[in-house]
Design a protein around this ligand. Structure first.
Ligand SMILES: [Zn+2]
Ligand SMILES: [Zn+2]
Ligand SMILES: [Zn+2]
Length: 284
């Protein structure tokens, strides 16, 4: 089977949209059949896709990515407790609530969706199960996580926070945080999407990047000798380990790397302990 691909660079409606979004046309803009991507978006729009934790990555800005698209997470199955249905909040960022859920391994109960209306498809589980579109409120921890319009859990009264939740607008959110990172990351079909794993040339690439950037941590700005390169890591900002565009890579010392979301496990690495001991020695 073969497909004739349209040339997206000459497809004026798409290009106009791209310019409106202010999305750059990157060097490695990859031409792919767009229909598989559309089907993901359609799925997301029409009721959510059940996900594993591993399929979600966290953008630098704290928002949630599913296959490169910004998504909203919510619990799909709502059980009644003593005849009462308590509606869940939906999440747009990797917030405290999700962190807690993840620690308790309860992430599998979530689905990812994209909607502009604030209506989500849920299953109401009572005596029987009814599938219904319901309006959900945005999670306050999420608004706090991305500091949406200065939102702050601790800095605002309960009524002010509720007021912000009531007036929260998804279209506005998606204008600021576009759903589709088109032109900002290479596109893949679901069939050709690489596993989220390091590419084969990673060792060399990582070495070259550290060299190019002067063996220096981009966060704390500490410099390292070549002998100490084990303490200097190359981090994927969007969590996709095969997205090796320069803009997605950050050179970080092991301590700054361990501070990234979902990177706590680095602290268990022997190099981390070595590094901490070395810093202590240098201070003494
Ligand atoms: Zn949240
Ligand atoms: Zn550092
Ligand atoms: Zn990393």
């Amino acid at each position: 089977m073969s497909f004739k691909l349209p040339n997206f660079l000459r497809w004026s409606s798409l290009d106009t949209l791209r310019q409106k979004m202010g999305a750059p046309l990157t060097d490695n803009f990859v031409l792919v059949p767009v229909y598989s991507e559309i089907s993901i978006v359609e799925q997301l729009n029409t009721g959510g896709v059940e996900i594993d934790l591993d399929e979600i990555s966290v953008h630098d800005d704290g928002t949630l990515l599913y296959r490169g698209y910004r998504g909203l997470l919510h619990i799909r199955d709502i059980t009644s407790i003593a005849g009462e249905m308590r509606m869940p909040r939906y999440h747009l960022a990797y917030c405290q609530t999700l962190e807690k859920m993840k620690k308790n391994s309860r992430f599998d109960r979530y689905v990812v969706a994209q909607t502009n209306t604030g209506e989500f498809k849920v299953n109401l589980v009572d005596r029987d199960i009814t599938s219904r579109n319901v309006r959900l409120n945005v999670c306050q921890n999420c608004l706090d996580r991305i500091h949406w319009k200065g939102f702050s859990i601790f800095g605002m009264s309960r009524s002010e926070r509720q007021n912000r939740v009531d007036n929260f607008s998804l279209p506005e959110f998606f204008r600021e945080y576009p759903r589709d990172l088109i032109g900002m990351k290479p596109k893949y079909t679901s069939g050709t999407a690489p596993l989220n794993d390091y590419s084969q040339n990673w060792a060399k690439l990582s070495k070259d990047i550290r060299q190019q950037r002067g063996h220096r941590c981009e966060s704390c700005e500490e410099s390292f000798t070549k002998d100490e390169s084990r303490f200097l890591h190359v981090h994927h900002r969007n969590g996709l380990k095969n997205d090796n565009r320069s803009v997605n890579l950050a050179v970080l010392c092991i301590a700054c790397h361990a501070k990234q979301p979902e990177h706590g496990h680095i602290k268990a690495h022997p190099d981390y302990k070595l590094f901490m001991a070395r810093n202590k020695r240098q201070k003494d």
